[in-house]
Design a protein around this ligand. Structure first.
Ligand code: DGL
Length: 270
């Protein structure tokens, strides 16, 4: 009954932590494509090919359902995968839709037509590839009307977090928030549209000010996945055990992951 969780690197561990707490009986197989991270600076074809390869590896591990716990992959590859590549007995879901459903105050999986919502000025912080894809705006337009989105590509932030350089990461967050505020002085809500950014949530909140509602994904994805598995119990795959797989150097990735989540994590070669 395993479910796959994919990220380009370690950021998806924030999602893994939340889904494991929410669904303690489900074994999760985590795959980090550390060898090819970061994805945020790659072009869409590249992200698509890498994401398809990683998804196949998780299917092989007995995970019929794979969560792309990577906004860049969700933004740049998921729609193309769903339109032409995923076989009927498998599912791949992304991390944007639960976030947008929460922002637009919808029930999980509510596909009713777009409507006016309370929030009108939204700041999106994400990787350059996610911002370029405009996937957030596209998915939002399916659900809400009259929402103004200003996107800020946070160059360098994923690398600083992956390297554990939190002083640089904090300086980058503050300068990206300043840049955003020059374009949209008073956002009502801010989306942390990259799985690495929850680690910097307090700095984002501090730089944005207390009046801005900051949305981060991990708990929203966990709640939405629990609801999805309730509605689709057949999507529990055949895999039985939890695993951490990486395309990178397992020792180095395990050490970084342990630092990242502040608990011991042991990765195996993918
Ligand atoms: N974790 C990925 C995301 O959520 C970004 C990291 C990367 O650039 O690879 O967008």
């Amino acid at each position: 009954m395993a479910v796959g969780i994919f990220d380009s690197g370690l950021g998806g561990l924030t999602v893994l932590d939340a889904v494991s707490k929410r669904l303690p009986d489900v074994p999760f197989v985590y795959l980090g494509d550390n060898k090819h991270a970061p994805y945020g600076v790659r072009d869409a074809d590249d992200v698509y090919n890498l994401t398809c390869g990683a998804t196949e590896r998780l299917w092989d591990a007995g995970c019929d359902l794979v969560i792309l716990a990577c906004n860049t992959a969700s933004a740049a590859a998921l729609r193309r995968m769903q339109e032409s590549w995923i076989p009927r007995d498998k599912r791949v879901l992304g991390v944007f839709v639960p976030l947008i459903e929460a922002l637009t105050e919808r029930q999980w999986g509510d596909n009713s037509p777009p409507r006016e919502v309370a929030v009108q000025h939204v700041a999106l912080f994400a990787t350059p590839a996610t911002v370029r894809s405009r996937a957030f705006q596209r998915e939002l337009a399916f659900r809400a009307i009259g929402v103004d989105v200003e996107a800020q590509a946070c160059g360098g932030l994923v690398d600083a977090i992956e390297e554990g350089d939190m002083i640089l990461a904090e300086a980058l967050v503050r300068s990206h928030v300043d840049a955003l505020k020059r374009k949209m002085p008073t956002p009502q809500a801010a989306i942390l549209g990259c799985t690495h950014y929850p680690l910097m949530q307090e700095v984002f909140q501090d730089a944005l000010g207390p009046e801005v509602a900051v949305y981060s994904q991990a708990n929203l994805v966990a709640a939405s996945l629990a609801d999805y598995l309730d509605r689709h119990p057949n999507m529990h795959g055949s895999g039985q055990s939890a695993m951490f797989l990486t395309t990178g150097d397992p020792k180095r990735v395990s050490d970084h992951a342990t630092q990242f989540l502040r608990r011991r994590i042991q990765f195996e070669p993918a």
